[in-house]
Design a protein around this ligand. Structure first.
Ligand code: NAP
Length: 485
């Protein structure tokens, strides 16, 4: 069978995949195929449809710069609206014709002799000169390997694969985890379940959420005066950007923790419950959560907070202190495989090395995207590109522009093979590590998914997004070895 070689294959059709394809086309790189394992666009905003799913970054900012949306219904959008927005972006920018739905990347192997990536997908082989993974950092849900779970006789599911066929009304439900996802669905299910047992290993810092519905007049105004929406977006961006010092200079976190503790005091009057819910590490060390209804849900008569899940014994969940609760349903809000994304297992570079052996090592990645030994490959939201204070879409768009500029530049020079210089990559990562040392993520006294087994932060950018913009602009084609292949 003959297979045509495409210029670029992009894996995933969430924020990253859609933006990447659009920006490549703008730069004249039009032979782009997006492969998507699901049957719709949207990435994490398609998959996370648990009750109450919403974004904790204001909508005017949590959107693509080239696709403003005057019609946001809330200041913090709900998942269905963000998903609809991404569907619309796919239509408005004519991106659907580049997408192959129901096509999962099984393996990608670099052929250095002909400077091509050869992909095996669930719908057949696919070849390309450049491969971009926009598979996302939060795409592989993790369910802990808990003793006895296999023998539990009842529904068990993860928040990122919510089973809407399971009727929770009148059931006894255990929720495992108290992260960003759990605190959103707990208040939604608490009023309908018979008994809610929240299994908390570490209490999160929770701040008030300043959400409101937008008015029709406001939406009309933004539709008529797009510049006004741009100005609001800019103001939100700057407001958020200034909060980075809470993370980079932990002493400044005191003001934020006072607000969060006052929120806890206001909403939880029972001293014992309050004590359980009070974090004992610096604010910001784990993601700061925003909610007005999480604490009230925990104070309801049918709710209780016990320790983290230790094991399951028949239909009884047992916490770390040995407390036992018989339940009908278990819901895991236990997050994602961030340190070892599944896709990195499937990408094989020079000398047969898998990306999983390199991705989250001390070598890091230049601009969080480029790895030596993996020519013509870019990973969006790769090492040290996560944020704790503002919109992740900013980082995605900056990486997308960076990759598109590189590829267009390489093309102008007639290069078919482009590989980052290993020393430049390491120097980038050394600077990241140096700046990370004094941040709250390192010094805050918590164990978060930002850190690898050695306590090294492999996931977050250690500064403002403006500093990422500046650093990534300094990194250019000079950092790469170009050849005709
Ligand atoms: P997460 O933040 O990783 O939280 C996982 C939770 O599960 C933690 O509370 C963790 O406890 C707990 N856990 C793990 N194993 C456990 C066990 N055996 N027993 C009890 N608890 C256990 O995952 P997530 O809530 O899905 O959020 C992941 C990320 O997605 C967020 O940080 C955020 O970036 C993003 N997100 C954003 C939004 C939003 O914009 N609003 C919403 C959802 C998700 P420990 O803390 O002790 O590890």
């Amino acid at each position: 069978m003959s297979v045509r070689t495409h210029d670029v294959v992009v894996v995933g059709s969430g924020f990253g995949g859609l933006a990447m394809t659009h920006r490549l086309r703008e730069r004249g790189i039009r032979d782009v195929v997006m492969i998507e394992r699901a049957d719709a666009v949207g990435g994490t905003w398609r998959d996370n449809h648990y009750p109450g799913a919403a974004c904790d970054v204001p909508s005017h900012l949590y959107s693509l710069s080239f696709a403003p949306n005057p019609d946001w219904r809330h200041s913090f959008s709900r998942q269905p609206q963000i998903r609809d927005y991404l569907e619309r972006v796919a239509d408005d920018f004519d991106l659907r014709r580049s997408i192959r739905f129901g096509t999962e990347l099984l393996s990608a192997t670099w052929r250095d002799d002909i400077a091509e990536w050869h992909l095996e997908t669930s719908t057949g082989p696919l070849w390309c000169r450049t491969l971009v993974s926009a598979a996302g950092a939060l795409s592989d849900p993790v369910t802990p390997d808990v003793e006895g779970l296999a023998d539990f006789d009842g529904p068990v599911f993860h928040s990122a694969r919510w089973d809407h066929d399971v009727d929770l009304s009148g059931r006894r439900v255990a929720v495992i985890g108290t992260g960003a996802s759990a605190i959103q669905f707990v208040p939604e299910i608490q009023p309908i379940v018979d008994r809610l047992t929240v299994m908390q290993r570490t209490p999160p810092w929770v701040m008030p959420r300043r959400d409101r519905a937008t008015t029709a007049a406001e939406r009309r105004f933004y539709r008529r005066v797009p510049l006004a929406q741009k100005a609001v977006r800019g103001a939100i961006y700057l407001g958020r950007e200034t909060t980075i010092s809470t993370f980079t200079r932990p002493r400044l976190g005191r003001a934020a923790s006072s607000i969060a503790l006052a929120h806890l005091r206001r909403q939880v009057t029972d001293p014992e419950l309050r004590r359980r819910l009070r974090p004992d590490y610096a604010i910001g060390c784990k993601r700061i959560l925003l909610s007005n209804d999480y604490y009230p849900a925990l104070t309801a008569d049918n709710a209780e907070v016990v320790g983290g899940l230790d094991r399951v014994d028949g239909n009884t969940v047992v916490d770390a202190s040995g407390a036992r609760r018989e339940v009908d349903v278990i819901i895991f809000g236990t997050g994602f495989s961030v340190q070892q994304p599944v896709i990195t297992e499937r990408i094989v570079g020079l000398d047969g090395v898998r990306l999983s052996e390199r991705a989250m090592t001390t070598d890091g990645a230049l601009v969080g995207a480029s790895f030596s030994g993996f020519p013509n490959f870019f990973l969006l939201l790769g090492p040290n590109t996560g944020l704790g204070h503002t919109s992740q879409v900013f980082m995605i768009e900056r990486q997308v522009d960076y990759v598109a500029e590189l590829l267009a530049g390489a093309r102008r020079q007639g290069a078919r093979r482009i590989e980052v210089d290993a020393a430049r990559q390491r120097a980038w990562t050394a600077r990241v590590d140096e700046r990370m040392a004094s941040t709250v993520w390192t010094t805050g006294g918590c164990r978060s998914w930002y850190l690898d087994d050695n306590g090294r932060n492999t996931t977050l950018w250690p500064g403002s997004t403006l500093s990422f913009l500046r650093s990534s602009r300094r990194a250019g084609l000079d950092d790469y070895r170009l050849s005709r292949g």
